[in-house]
Design a protein around this ligand. Structure first.
Ligand code: SF4
Length: 226
């Protein structure tokens, strides 16, 4: 566990990063197309190991055919597979979204449960998916740890953890609850656009002055966690 002094230092670094990034990435909405919580939940389950663009391409038809939990719960899984077959892991995902819709209907009357713990009891819903729904539908603090987010917060020295659940714990400890959803969105965006996995653009990065991993021309580079 970080000492009190270290925790305050990390808290200040996270706040400074948030200030910088929030001005650069003012649009913090999820790129996944959806009209309601059910659609956001399904789209997020489908987004594992697949790009948001690919998910948006299949959900238009999927949501037209199955607009709510009741219709998807009654769906033929093979028909669902056909609709989503262009995305990775489509067989598992088809099974999961049909089962998830069934549980939503049976246990929550077709509504989205109101907290992260309850969301994670649904088939196919891990903490990342639950945090997306919390942040973008329920209006709760969400810390969405995907590959981009994890990489950037490690490079910023805000955590040394690689396990997504532990990364989430560390970030929740240093970022104010009211800022966690925005922090997740802007850090994710920064990871996609600037702090990229193979070629981080440190020379163009607004966070370089506060980043212990910054690799700048004419200066000794920091260590660069993946
Ligand atoms: S300075 Fe480099 S390593 Fe640090 S956040 Fe920016 S791009 Fe990433």
């Amino acid at each position: 566990m970080a000492s009190a002094t270290t925790a305050v230092k990390l808290q200040r670094r996270a706040e400074a990063a948030l200030r910088e990034l929030a001005t650069r990435y003012p649009d913090t909405r999820t790129p996944l197309h959806h009209d309601n919580g059910f659609q956001l939940l399904v789209a997020t389950i489908l987004s594992a190991q697949t790009t948001d663009e690919q998910v948006n391409r299949v959900t238009a038809q999927l949501f037209h055919r199955y607009p709510d939990a009741a219709s998807l719960a009654a769906a033929d899984t093979e028909e669902v597979e056909q609709l989503i077959r262009s995305i990775g892991l489509f067989r598992n995902k088809a099974r999961n979204i049909v089962a998830c819709a069934g549980e939503l209907l049976a246990r929550f009357g077709g509504d989205i449960p109101g907290d992260i713990a309850a969301l994670t009891t649904l088939p196919g819903v891990g903490r990342k998916t639950a945090n997306v729904v919390a942040a973008h539908y329920l209006g709760l603090p969400g810390v969405i740890v995907d590959t981009h987010f994890g990489r950037v917060v490690r490079r910023l020295g805000l955590t040394e953890q690689r396990n997504p659940d532990r990364v989430e714990d560390d970030i929740r400890a240093i970022v104010a609850a009211a800022d966690q959803s925005t922090f997740s969105a802007v850090v994710n965006r920064h990871g996609r656009l600037v702090c990229r996995a193979r070629d981080p653009r440190c020379a163009d990065c607004a966070l370089a002055p506060l980043c212990p991993s910054a690799c700048l021309p004419g200066q000794p580079g920091g260590t660069m966690p993946a």
